[in-house]
Design a protein around this ligand. Structure first.
Ligand SMILES: NC(=O)c1ccc[n+]([C@@H]2O[C@H](COP(=O)([O-])OP(=O)(O)OC[C@H]3O[C@@H](n4cnc5c(N)ncnc54)[C@H](OP(=O)(O)O)[C@@H]3O)[C@@H](O)[C@H]2O)c1
Length: 455
């Protein structure tokens, strides 16, 4: 099977980390990188990152997304640009329109139905129409304060309530996160931004809460959120953030999900700051599930690393997204996230993936003219579609599955190489379904010709 081709949209702390991880793996390649910063445009990705390219093709950084997001060039786009569904919407629709899968780390996309149901429905509809999949994931939301809790709860007969905390270090994250978290601002600015609602803080509590509630079949009637400044007593500095003594090193955010009787069913606590070790604060992830008569406790100390954790969650979910049912999906729909040590391309398991055998009549696909090389006079929608040839022939390999590069021998004895398409070799067209208007016309014609209904 050919290597998975990944286009990266956004090349900050997470996007560039994802590129490095992909470069260290087998069966997966970077096919393109799109940035906003001009000084990166034209640079070769592997040399920019200071890593050995080996026998991989060079990849030149661009700021023209249309040059890299094309079905004939990439299988999936990783979006590492921003946090909110509204900001992501046009970008995701752009990728779907070009028939490409999407995996995004935007926090609100982990459960986009929580606050943006209408946009989520539009994404879902277009993804289904184009036969591709969209997933939002990350370390949190996407794993620690939602997925992990749900997985643990699977061992319980009953759950009374849940308490979970993530005490983490923001240092690995980029500029966007520092701004959203108010790292380095004064207490007065924190108060002002809180009053005007311009401090994003941790994005994703409504999404994590809704994922847990939906996953367990519980109705939360209220999700309350509180925020308190974490004021540093020493100067702190990370790669992308700086907090002087007396200023904000981060924000402690808590959320309470209540049931109809007012009881708190879920309490999430998330103090986030840069360099907590500078003040002797230990990081960690903690979950307590109050089950029926006993407590179940999980601690991960120190915290699941936020930067590596996000990068790995995104990269490790790539084959599962490509193999998933088309549509907008969540972590609850896809296989268990796990570290892939073998070939990524071999972890794509499509439902009902059929193995074709040697000598079987199959259809292979080959791109004759990719988008960008189509004749200038053709209509715009044709220009946006690669010209593909499908050839029927007898499979030469011992066995193969859809997506593998194979050779077929045609009826006229030609050997043709291409991608095994899974397309039916029999005609699939019909004369269409029942059309009520035509039944009415049929009756009218009989009335006119014979003065009554046909027998
Ligand atoms: N779910 C999770 O667990 C999780 C974990 C980590 C991060 N995140 C989220 O993921 C996002 C990325 O994080 P990060 O740490 O990598 O942030 P970052 O270092 O600030 O990187 C974001 C990058 O995206 C670029 N960008 C923005 N809009 C773009 C566009 N239209 N075209 C091309 N590039 C564009 C920015 O370019 P400029 O430099 O030109 O602005 C920046 O380089 C953030 O919103 C963060 O909150 C989520």
């Amino acid at each position: 099977m050919r290597d998975i081709r990944v286009a990266l949209w956004g090349f900050g702390a997470m996007g560039s980390g994802i590129a490095k991880m992909i470069a260290s793996k087998e069966g997966i390649n970077i096919s393109g990188v799109c940035v906003r910063r001009d000084h990166l445009v034209g640079q070769e990705v592997y040399s920019y990152l200071g890593i050995d390219r080996g026998d991989r093709d060079p990849v030149v950084i661009t700021n023209k997304i249309e040059d890299i997001v094309r079905r004939d060039l990439c299988d999936i786009v990783v979006l590492a640009t921003d946090s909110f569904v509204e900001a992501q919407f046009d970008k995701i629709m752009f990728c779907l329109d070009r028939g490409v899968n999407v995996i995004t780390m935007a926090e609100e996309m982990a459960w986009p139905w929580a606050q943006n149901e209408e946009l989520a429905d539009k994404i879902d509809a277009l993804a289904k129409m184009r036969g591709v999949t969209v997933l939002g994931t990350g370390i949190n939301p996407g794993f620690v304060l939602d997925y992990l809790i749900l997985a643990l709860s699977g061992t319980c007969e009953h759950v009374e309530s849940i308490e979970a905390a993530r005490v983490n270090d923001l240092a690995p994250f980029g500029k966007s996160v520092m701004v959203e978290q108010g790292v380095g601002i004064s207490v007065e600015e924190f108060d002002r931004r809180m009053a005007e609602g311009s401090l994003a803080g941790h994005v994703g509590f409504p999404e994590s809460m809704s994922m847990i509630a939906e996953g367990m079949g519980v109705e939360l009637v209220e999700i309350e959120e509180t925020r308190d400044p974490i004021i540093t007593n020493v100067d702190r500095k990370s790669a992308h953030g700086e907090a002087k003594k007396g200023h904000l090193a981060g924000v402690r955010q808590q959320s309470y999900g209540r049931l109809a009787d007012g009881k708190v069913f879920i309490h999430l606590d998330h103090p986030q700051q840069i360099c907590p070790e500078d003040e002797g604060i230990d990081t960690g992830d903690y979950v307590t599930i109050h089950a029926d008569g006993y407590d179940m406790n999980l601690s991960i100390v120190p915290e699941t690393p936020g930067g590596i954790g996000t990068i790995a969650m995104v990269v490790n979910m790539i084959p599962h997204v490509i193999g998933a049912e088309p549509g907008l999906r969540s972590m609850l729909d896809l296989p268990v996230p796990r570290c892939i040590l073998g070939k990524y391309s071999e972890q794509i398991h499509r439902k009902g993936d059929h193995r074709y055998k040697n000598g079987e009549l199959v259809s292979v696909e080959k791109v004759i003219l990719p988008v960008g090389e189509r004749a200038p006079q053709v209509p715009d929608d044709t220009k946006r579609t690669p010209l593909r040839a499908f050839t029927k022939g007898f499979l030469q390999e011992e066995s193969a599955k859809r997506g593998d590069t194979v050779t077929v021998r045609t009826m006229s004895d030609r050997l043709v190489e291409g991608t095994l398409s899974g397309r039916s070799i029999s005609p699939a067209h019909t004369f269409g379904g029942h059309v009520p208007e035509l039944t009415a016309v049929h009756r009218q014609v009989f009335e006119l010709m014979f003065g009554g209904e046909s027998k």
